[in-house]
Design a protein around this ligand. Sequence first.
Ligand SMILES: Nc1ncnc2c1ncn2[C@@H]1O[C@H](COP(=O)(O)OP(=O)(O)OP(=O)(O)O)[C@@H](O)[C@H]1O
Ligand SMILES: [Mg+2]
Length: 261
Amino acid sequence: MTPVVHARDLVVRYDDFVALDGATFDLNAGEALGVVGPNGSGKSTLLKTIAGLVARSSGELRVLGSEPRRVAMGSIAYVPQVESVDWSFPATVWDVVAMGRFPRLQFWHRFAAADRAATARALEAVKMRGLEHRPITELSGGQQQRVFVARALAQEPQLLLLDEPTTGVDATTERALRDVVRNLVRGGLPVIMATHDLDTVESWFDRLMVLDRRVLAIGNPRDVADSGAYASIREHTHTHGHLRIDHAPHEAHALHPEIHP
Ligand SMILES: Nc1ncnc2c1ncn2[C@@H]1O[C@H](COP(=O)(O)OP(=O)(O)OP(=O)(O)O)[C@@H](O)[C@H]1O
Ligand SMILES: [Mg+2]
């Protein structure tokens, strides 16, 4: 079976800065792949490149059998990292989730009963029914995350890309999102998700990737978590005082004042 994502020696540069340096991996149908790595390790870059939003510099990348930019509209759902979204945008919960249907509408078609039903199902899945008329500006961080996941579900994609959907959400919402995503994966939907939460990787993912511009490890989440591949980057960051610091820059500043003169 052709893999959903096929990457070989994938290199992505922003001008002369190399954000991804030779990533090689496959994502198979019906598989959830987690991506962990410190801040700036290229997780968002990887997802954006797969979504066709960022161009690769070299290497091979096939997504759903095509060049990323040639994949049929609506086939890839991409949920961006929450801080990259403009939350002052004046729209209701319903509007945002219904937008998930737009790539699927033919230009001569109206938003039809089937589109309303898919929007409602997506809201139901993330437990946001009853909040349809709320402006998104008035939602909590966890509710905003759920709305964006719902928009992706309403799209009925063939590949779901999630960029740290659990950052800043409470444990109940995290579990609810996990149940939604695991159900979709069981139904055959392939998922790639960036996360910082190493403690829950086993319950979310079938495989886990440790990324630090290069793929340092990929495999069974337990084995990869136990391999120390991720711990070693963090260790390296702390002992060598590199500027890429995971999670708590303020705390790290205090511990390593010498790295910020
Ligand atoms: N549009 C851009 N132009 C230039 N450099 C960029 C751009 N986007 C990202 N970068 C740089 O590329 C590197 C990888 O960024 P990326 O956002 O992929 O990391 P990340 O692993 O998602 O980090 P985080 O955990 O903070 O979300 C960083 O050094 C970042 O500064
Ligand atoms: Mg990111």
